[in-house]
Design a protein around this ligand. Structure first.
Ligand SMILES: NC(=O)c1ccc[n+]([C@@H]2O[C@H](COP(=O)([O-])OP(=O)(O)OC[C@H]3O[C@@H](n4cnc5c(N)ncnc54)[C@H](O)[C@@H]3O)[C@@H](O)[C@H]2O)c1
Length: 470
């Protein structure tokens, strides 16, 4: 049985530690936030991540998984130490903030009593492997100890993190010490995934290049969506038609509100910053970021377009469905909902919101006035002038749309629903009497065509209610 320490018990550290315990290792997870560790010691998860709780419980019960705030205890017997602390954008800047990594490396160095392999699991700028190794060595109390550093970037997605960790597309290991990289590879052998062994800088770059490529796909399809809206094409069908091409692949071609969350925004920014610092202007990355920034405002423009033009949001009530940056998570870091709700309230609107899991996390990030947190989607829609879908929660796809429509304030031109995630079928929404706008569904061009009034749609509705289901 190998002994592993995981430093940083957030989304990545907790999943990594729990899954490595599940694979039969003895794992101690460490964090500097005592309240988080106390909750975990009581068996409570500090984050929402489907499928994680039973793994934590099972491995704690089996004595393979434990939690501490004490570095000396955590590193004493460890053969492997993973660093999984946060690497956000530096305050007021663009590059990655390495203060948490530096602090972790310092504490590891001070407390090491045996030779060890340190694994950089956090996303860190190219060159960080040498940085970590330097900081640890500088603080060693016993200079005879050997410290090898391996970059092992993580590719899991929040919401499916357990499955992604246990069934990875590939495992990347980069080191100047090939034996150390192969030793880390042994931890993953039972997963039967391709293992890519490289030098340190290459492994670090694989992570940034992967995230930047996925972000590029998202900005690409969002630009195509804007063109579709103007030319009357449907971006969902465009993406489906493109996606059959094996060179393109359908994944990450979902037009919407752009990328958010704790990784893509900061990692694209950090990569562009690294390029800049090295003397290369990152033209493509700049465009990717600009498109993403503008994309969040598209839904505000669509709402204003429907409600009477610029300034028309004043005094209106907007139901916002979804707060988390994507479905199946409570992570609100850089969630589009934060910007969108600030813009709505800033424009004089009142917001009624609902999210299945992220409301508590969101409260601290959203304005204290002008927003009501509702118990469900229908309560959020109650008396609203428009519904805005922000997160692609599965349950939103299964709404009783007639009930949602009837909860809204009646409107002669039809009730307005702006679907920032393209969950619904424009034809069905029109038949239900909505003034429906997706992203890139060709609706801007078709908006000029007549829509049924509330009375017409109510009459049609009696035939359709049964079909929408709940
Ligand atoms: N969240 C993801 O989906 C994801 C996916 C792949 C890679 N990553 C990368 O993994 C890293 C961690 O991301 P996360 O989302 O888990 O972050 P997080 O903020 O959820 O967790 C980081 C944890 O590290 C702890 N920490 C900070 N400094 C510490 C120190 N000196 N000693 C011990 N603990 C310390 C924090 O208290 C926190 O609990 C980041 O570099 C991120 O870019 C994240």
């Amino acid at each position: 049985m190998r002994t592993i320490c995981v430093v940083g018990t957030g989304y990545v550290g907790l999943v990594t530690g729990s899954c490595l315990a599940e694979l039969g290792n003895r794992v101690i997870c460490l964090d500097v936030v005592a309240a988080k560790i106390e909750r975990l010691q009581r068996g409570e998860l500090p984050i929402y991540e489907p499928g994680l709780e039973p793994i934590v419980e099972r491995n704690m019960d089996a004595g393979r998984l434990s939690f501490t705030t004490d570095y000396a205890e955590a590193v004493r017997d460890a053969d492997y130490i993973f660093i999984a602390v946060n690497t956000p954008t530096v305050a007021g800047g663009e590059g990655a903030d390495m203060q948490y990594v530096e602090s972790a490396a310092r504490s590891i160095g001070k407390n090491l009593v045996k030779s060890v392999v340190i694994i950089n699991k956090s996303t860190m700028p190219v060159g960080s492997g040498h940085f970590v190794s330097g900081v640890v060595r500088k603080h060693l109390r016993n200079p005879a100890l050997t410290v090898a550093v391996v970059s092992n970037p993580e590719f899991l997605r929040e919401g499916s993190a357990v499955q992604d960790f246990l069934q990875p597309d590939r495992v990347v290991l980069g080191s100047e010490d090939r034996d150390a990289a192969l030793k880390v590879g042994e931890l993953y052998l039972s997963l039967r995934a391709p293992i890519v062994v490289t030098d340190l800088a290459t492994a670090e770059m694989i992570k940034y290049a992967s995230n930047a490529f996925l972000a590029t796909k998202i900005s690409f399809i969002n630009e195509i969506a804007r063109i579709c809206d103007l030319l009357g094409a449907d971006v969902k069908e465009v993406a489906a038609g493109m996606g059959y091409d094996k060179r393109i692949v359908r994944a990450f071609l979902d037009a919407g509100l752009g990328y958010g969350g704790s990784c893509f925004p900061k990692d694209v920014k950090a990569l562009a910053h690294m390029a800049d610092e090295a003397g290369l202007h990152p033209q493509l990355l700049e465009a990717v970021m600009k498109i993403n920034h503008d994309q969040r405002h598209v839904v505000i423009d669509k709402l204003e377009g429907e409600l009477g033009g610029e300034g028309s949001l004043r005094g209106k009530t907007i139901a916002v469905l979804g707060l988390a940056f994507k479905d199946n998570t409570d992570d609100m870091r850089d969630a589009p909902a934060i910007d969108i709700i600030h813009w709505l309230i800033g424009a004089g609107a009142t917001v009624r919101s609902f999210d299945p899991v992220a409301t508590e996390v969101a409260r601290g990030l959203l304005p204290t006035e002008g927003i009501t947190y509702c118990a469900d989607e229908y309560a959020a829609a109650e008396g609203s002038d428009a519904v805005l879908v922000v997160t692609e929660w599965k349950q939103f796809r299964q709404l009783n749309l007639a009930r949602l429509r009837d909860a809204m304030r009646p409107r002669e031109a039809g009730r307005v629903l702006v679907d920032g995630r393209n969950l619904y079928d424009p034809v069905e929404m029109k038949r239900l009497g909505f003034r429906y706008h997706g992203i890139g569904r060709g609706t801007e061009r078709r908006a000029a065509t007549a829509q049924p009034t509330d009375e017409q749609s109510d009459a049609e509705q009696s035939d359709l209610d049964g079909a929408t289901g709940e």
